[in-house]
Design a protein around this ligand. Structure first.
Ligand SMILES: [Zn+2]
Length: 211
């Protein structure tokens, strides 16, 4: 098996928004947040659904269907609505599937991990964030909203709210326990080390969302 970097596509020019998202300061961003998607595999349908709720449009930065490319739906500077209270500090990644009841495929899991590696590398090199993705303690340190110098990490939506004033929200079970976050972080760390011999997808190694 020869692994290749994941494919991506920029949907920003064609995804309709009823009004622009507010902007945010990227140096505050310190986490990649994984979500489940039970609305539609089609990003245009997801955008339509949320416009129907009165939101500007697709409220996640990146959208991963089960099969296919990673879709860029919003500038990463957009203050979209992924987790109340944590949007100024989170890059939101929507993964197709209901992981309360189904397991992700190895391909989708690896694709999300490869994207996460690219995003964390960007936060590190562009904005000087350290990496703190390995332990639960490092997750605990990030609840307090991206204070300067805190390490960047990858979390599930539920994990973002395990500590701090919004604890009650961690009951959301997003993306769900069948998306094993500890296993996911293991794959991210392995990719960072180049230990990828049995993985089907690789990071691109560049901030393609800026191109
Ligand atoms: Zn979520």
């Amino acid at each position: 098996m020869v692994a290749t970097p994941y494919e991506f596509r920029d949907l920003r020019p064609t995804l309709y928004r009823s009004r622009p998202w507010k902007r945010r300061s990227m140096p505050r961003v310190c986490r990649v947040v994984i979500h489940r998607n039970t609305i539609s595999p089609d990003p245009y349908e997801v955008a339509r659904f949320y416009r129907g709720e009165g939101w500007p449009g697709h409220p996640y930065h990146l959208h991963l269907p089960k099969v296919g490319p990673v879709y860029l739906c919003n500038d990463l500077e957009s203050l979209t609505y992924g987790v109340a209270g944590y949007n100024a500090t989170s890059i939101h990644v929507l993964c197709e599937g209901d992981f309360r009841v189904e397991r992700p495929s190895k391909e989708q899991f690896s694709r999300a991990a490869a994207l996460t590696v690219d995003l964390l590398a960007w936060l590190q090199f562009q904005f000087g964030r350290g990496l703190g993705i390995v332990s639960a303690d490092s997750l605990k340190e990030t609840w307090w909203r991206g204070r300067r110098g805190r390490p960047a990490c990858v979390q599930s939506h539920s994990e973002t709210t395990l500590w701090g004033p919004k604890k009650w929200m961690s009951k959301k079970r997003c993306p769900g326990k069948r998306w094993d976050m500890n296993e996911f972080r293991n794959v991210v760390v392995r990719m960072m080390r180049g230990d990828t011999f049995d993985l089907p997808v690789l990071p691109t190694g560049r901030p393609w969302w800026e191109e």
